[in-house]
Write a protein that binds this ligand. Structure first.
Ligand SMILES: [Zn+2]
Length: 312
């Protein structure tokens, strides 16, 4: 493999392998007589071919914000500490790639295959990672705040210390994930597959304001304290969705043998049902006026959890 013609610190010959056809590594492109070569998908393809496959290309520390690649084979490539902010990487194959400490904020990673990739401490805020494969990926200490991960496979992913505040995980599969010390505050877990997921060791407050409507729960380990007084669906005033969510939580706690919490979820479910009925009859929220509040108090008694479930 040819060695870069450039110099480190002005005098020490660089020992990195060349990346481009001009005989210089990525870091010393500015020393090339013909000037710096720009990245294009065609040039990247040539680099991969010259190195005998993406797994032999070292792209550590590359500074390529906004890189635009579509359906590209970059499996097992090394992109450690690269700057790929705002990159468009749709349908790119990054299986088992090394993306540790990579900057990917705002990147489009839809339909990307990141199975088994190393994304330790990578910054991935506000990314689009829909319909992607992150199964068995290492995402420890990754920052995924505000990212959309809907319909993404995360089975077996290591999410220890991951920051998932405000992330959209709807329809995502989180089975067998390790979420120790992760933070899911304000996350959207609607329709997410959380069967047998252990959520007990999240960060303090790491499940507050989360949305649960139609989440797939089965022996999902969590506590009432983690949910706070109201789940996110209820806070959003989505009573029908909140009712479905409490019903699923009730069943889950019952299956875990935690009957006290199951009763709490049942009462919450009945109350949301009551609110739902009221709104469907009156078209307004029970708290929209003083008289509504008084009427609703009486109505609530008639459909309380222990009383009749339909209005008198
Ligand atoms: Zn060099």
């Amino acid at each position: 493999m040819d060695i870069c013609k450039g110099y480190q610190y002005g005098t020490t010959p660089c020992e990195s392998t060349i990346l481009f056809e001009n005989g210089y590594c990525y870091r010393h492109q500015d020393q090339a007589p013909g000037g710096m070569l720009e990245w294009t998908p065609e040039r990247l393809k040539a680099v991969i071919a010259a190195h005998g496959g993406p797994e032999r290309v070292n792209l550590a520390d590359v500074d390529l914000p906004g890189l635009h690649l579509y359906r590209f084979g970059l499996q097992r490539v090394c992109l450690v500490s690269a700057n790929l902010k705002g990159a468009y990487l749709r349908s790119v194959n990054l299986q088992q790639a090394n993306l540790a400490h990579t900057q990917l904020d705002g990147a489009d990673l839809a339909d990307v295959d990141l199975q088994g990739a190393d994304m330790l401490s990578s910054s991935m805020r506000s990314c689009k990672i829909t319909f992607s494969n992150l199964a068995d990926a290492l995402l420890a200490d990754a920052d995924l705040q505000g990212s959309t991960l809907s319909n993404t496979k995360l089975q077996g992913a290591e999410l220890v210390d991951a920051k998932l505040q405000g992330a959209n995980l709807s329809h995502a599969n989180l089975q067998d994930t390790d979420l120790t010390h992760a933070n899911l505050q304000g996350a959207d877990l609607r329709y997410a597959d959380l069967r047998e997921v252990d959520l007990r060791d999240l960060r303090e407050g790491g499940l507050l304001d989360t949305r649960w409507c139609h989440a797939r729960l089965d022996r999902t380990l969590l506590s009432k304290r983690q949910l706070g007084r109201k789940i996110g669906d209820e806070q959003a005033g989505e009573y029908r969705e909140a009712r479905d969510a409490y019903l699923a939580l009730k069943q889950n706690f019952e299956d875990l043998g935690d009957y006290d919490v199951s009763s709490w979820a049942y009462i919450k479910e009945r109350r949301r049902y009551c609110q739902m009925l009221w709104i469907s009859f009156h078209g307004v929220c029970p708290w929209s006026s003083h008289s509504q509040r008084i009427d609703y108090a009486a109505f609530k008694t008639s459909c309380s959890p222990l009383g009749k479930l339909t209005p008198a």
